[in-house]
Design a protein around this ligand. Structure first.
Ligand SMILES: [Zn+2]
Length: 423
């Protein structure tokens, strides 16, 4: 499975660029990585929901990425990710994208046809028993019941992924795109044992995935640090990687199959565990970030003061007064403490330094306010509504914004995850 076509490199970073103005500054972070001796491939991701909120089309992401690549003479691969697409939304992305995150979370828990479940359990009967994972002392003990229960929970979702995959295949041809399956936007984390069984079912479905995005345990809130049990995350991450290695060897999935870490921006406390696991197994990851760039736009607007700072304050004020409707779609991936949100009047009196220190995610900085940051993270709709007023200030403050975007992506994300450097 997975022949001579597009192949995702070992290390890759998903970057979101909501207003299609920062592709060059983002790519510059990959250039810095390359100068430091590590190839990190950029993948520009934008979901259907983001396109709908901004009022943009996937072709605009393509145009921005291509222009950035030309401007910086980037000669390594780069990809465009149709992020979290389903059978209903995939059509819009077929012309512009070459990476597809097939989201099947809504079908997890829906029962597959009994016949499909029976067939799966029969076909994979040899998984029952002791499974020795590479590099792991304790073997998995898989029972017939584990196979059946996992199929009951996930097979319908995997069949759905197959349907979406075949739709893309028919439009683009096998060698022209990279498929990912994502299961992160669901209530319960998948165990590594479930992941192994899910990978068997994905292989049976004939989807040559190169990345898979499970839901990990702990909280992956938007734009802020990981909340959870760090040693447990590390153990589970190691087992997930080992399960993937097993799946590559035994199920015939592509040899570059790797984990995709969604909502991966700002998860500073787990980056050392991710980095050391990659070293331990000599594998890569796809680190997907999105809204972190939009927040750097706000920081870059606020930093010089003047009109930019005034607009950044206005965006906070609007986001504050519409916080319920802005937060509702993201309720499961944010944790805002309303008592920690400053009033718009208070923010309006802030200096540039106060605004940027509250928003910029520098762990240990006492002025940093994670509630304000999460509210602004989901507040991009406010800027989208401002339209040209927002965009023209992005353009007149390009240099300072670009510096913040590059620094954030390189120093706080790429360097710790892929180079093992602490920021
Ligand atoms: Zn996701």
């Amino acid at each position: 499975m997975g022949g001579s076509g597009l192949r995702l490199n070992k290390y890759s970073v998903g970057t979101g660029d909501r207003f299609a103005h920062q592709a060059k500054a983002q790519l510059q972070a990959c250039v810095l990585a390359l100068n430091a001796g590590v190839e990190v491939i950029p993948v520009w991701n934008k979901s259907n929901r983001e396109h709908n909120i901004i009022g943009s089309e996937p072709s605009s992401v393509r145009a921005a990425a291509d222009a950035a690549v030309r401007a910086l003479n980037w000669t390594l691969p780069y990809f465009l990710d149709a992020d979290h697409i389903t059978i209903e939304t995939v059509g819009r992305f077929l012309a512009s994208c070459d990476f597809y995150t097939i989201d099947v979370a809504d079908f997890i828990g829906q029962e597959a046809a009994q016949n499909d479940i029976d067939q799966f359990v029969r076909r994979r009967a040899n998984l029952a028993g002791r499974i020795e994972l590479p590099g792991i002392a304790e073997p998995f003990e898989i029972t017939q019941n584990d196979l059946r229960q996992t199929a009951q929970k996930f097979l319908a979702a995997i069949k759905k992924a197959g349907q979406v995959y075949r739709t893309i295949l028919a439009a683009k041809g096998e060698v022209n795109f990279i498929p990912e399956v994502s299961m992160d936007e669901t209530d319960r984390a998948q165990s590594s044992l479930e992941l192994l069984i899910i990978l068997a079912a994905i292989a049976d479905e004939g989807i040559p995935i190169q990345t898979i995005a499970p839901k990990f345990s702990g909280r992956f809130n938007k734009g802020v640090d990981y909340v959870g049990d760090l040693p447990q995350f590390h153990r589970e991450f190691v087992l997930d990687v080992a399960s993937i290695q097993y799946a590559v060897t035994h199920f015939g999935l592509p040899s570059n199959l790797k984990l995709s870490v969604h909502s991966g921006s700002d998860k500073f406390s787990i980056y050392p565990a991710i980095h050391s696991t990659m070293k331990q197994f000599n594998v890569g990851v796809h680190l997907k970030t999105a809204g972190t760039t939009w927040l750097e736009e706000l920081i870059g607007l606020a930093e010089p003061g003047g009109d930019g700072l005034a607009l950044a304050k206005e965006i906070y004020s609007e986001a504050f007064s519409h916080r319920e409707e802005l937060c509702a779609p993201y309720a499961t991936v944010i944790d805002i403490n309303p008592a920690r949100l400053p009033s718009p009047a208070e923010v309006n009196a802030w200096t540039s330094d106060q605004y940027t220190s509250a928003l910029r995610h520098v762990p240990g900085n006492k002025a940093y306010n994670s509630s304000l940051r999460q509210l602004l993270h989901v507040g991009f709709k406010v800027a989208a509504k401002m339209g040209p007023r927002y965009l023209s200030l992005l353009e007149s403050n390009e240099a300072v914004i670009a510096r913040n975007v590059t620094e954030n992506l390189y120093n706080r994300h790429i360097a710790p995850v892929f180079l093992g450097l602490n920021s």
